[in-house]
Design a binder for this molecule. Structure first.
Ligand SMILES: NC(=O)c1ccc[n+]([C@@H]2O[C@H](COP(=O)([O-])OP(=O)(O)OC[C@H]3O[C@@H](n4cnc5c(N)ncnc54)[C@H](OP(=O)(O)O)[C@@H]3O)[C@@H](O)[C@H]2O)c1
Length: 335
């Protein structure tokens, strides 16, 4: 019996050390936690796609911090289920579901009109909803699905809510993009991929468009108290891969995913930080990863492309006057 302990000691300590290293590595992969303890009391946040994944975890954390949380989702059953869970877990009753389908401009206009009537101000707008590498679908407005859902609809929504963001003491716009923007290209000759559709290229284009949107928007917001930033949450275990993996593939890759992908809760941390932290109140036009501001990849820094995309987006969304022109006319009226 006495012999067993020395014989077991080595394999057991090796197994313990390996497990420890695996857990340490996994924790490192998960990324930084939000370093700010600031509350959201008295603040209103709108989060698109808040019923699942990163959006849901962001909604949960901001609910915990006492914010008025508006979950902007397309499926009201899923939204209500997520909302009930958040209310139960956080004790915050000020969490609400509002219907919006980003594949329809009409739906966005209706949503924005309801918000503009019901809310005196919007402190934080998190443009989070997204779809990745879906088939070549067209939206109700005839646009390529990923370009509209991920980018164009958020462009429209942001413009329509701008007065409410400006009514906040310090409004914050957070666009959820991806490292995929680095490989992206805005194909002005075939923006809706009518000539050739590659699901991955369309995803990269939409995520680059969000980064360029942040760039142009932050310039247009100079002199106001509203900031615009991009967040990259990291590669995360969510439903975003639903168009790429079959059920069987998802099950088979589960252990690998557990090891290498982020949990949505940790992936949400940078967006939470940008929503709450007082020290980022004057930070704008940046690309944030793991709670640190970076410059985006070169395609995301092209000011000419950003301006051209802005003008095209006005045309495609049918916005006749964007908020910056409104400001100009207000200034003209005042002088
Ligand atoms: N997961 C990653 O590795 C990763 C990496 C980089 C960036 N991101 C970005 O992070 C964001 C959140 O994605 P996630 O990973 O949390 O994926 P997710 O779990 O699939 O969440 C996506 C959310 O977007 C909503 N949505 C999709 N189409 C919509 C539409 N037409 N109208 C309104 N809402 C719509 C979904 O609603 P339904 O539930 O009704 O479909 C869902 O709530 C996305 O912008 C994604 O591109 C994710």
């Amino acid at each position: 019996m006495a012999d067993i302990f020395p014989r077991l000691w080595y394999p057991l300590s090796a197994a313990g050390a390996t497990t420890g290293l695996i857990l340490l590595f996994r924790d490192y992969i998960q990324g930084e936690r939000c370093p700010s303890k600031a509350t959201m009391e008295g603040k209103t946040v709108i989060i698109t796609g808040a019923n699942s994944g990163i959006g849901k975890e962001t909604a949960k954390e901001l609910s915990k911090r006492g914010g008025r949380v508006i979950m902007a989702c397309r499926n009201m059953n899923k939204c209500q289920e997520a909302r009930d869970q958040l209310v139960q877990e956080t004790g915050n009753q000020d969490v609400h579901c509002q219907q919006v389908d980003l594949a329809s401009f009409e739906s966005i206009r209706k949503f924005a009109s309801r918000i503009n009537k019901s809310e005196p101000k919007v402190d934080v707008l998190i443009n989070n909803a997204g779809v990745m590498r879906c088939p070549h679908w067209k939206t109700a407005d005839g646009n390529e699905w990923q370009f509209q859902v991920n980018y164009l609809s958020h462009f429209l929504l942001t413009n329509l809510l701008m007065d409410k963001l400006k009514a906040a003491e310090q409004g914050r716009i957070i666009n959820t993009s991806s490292i995929a923007h680095a490989q992206g290209n805005i194909n002005f000759d075939d923006i809706n991929s009518l000539l050739k559709y590659e699901d991955v290229e369309a995803y990269m284009q939409s995520k680059l468009a969000l980064v360029l949107f942040t760039l142009e928007l932050s310039k247009r917001l100079e002199g106001t108290s509203v900031t615009a930033n991009t967040v990259y949450p990291g590669v995360t275990k969510t439903n975003i891969g639903q168009h790429r993996l079959t059920k069987a593939q998802s099950i088979m890759t589960k252990p690998f995913m557990w090891f290498t992908l982020r949990e949505p809760k940790r992936a949400a941390q940078t967006g939470v930080y940008l929503s709450v932290a007082p020290e980022v109140a004057d930070k704008t036009g940046k690309y944030w990863k793991d709670t640190v501001a970076h410059d985006p990849a070169p395609p995301g820094r092209d000011e000419d492309v950003a301006k051209k995309l802005w003008d095209l987006s006005l045309e495609m969304t049918g916005l006749t006057e964007d908020f910056s022109r409104n400001d100009q006319s207000k200034e003209e009226k005042a002088s």
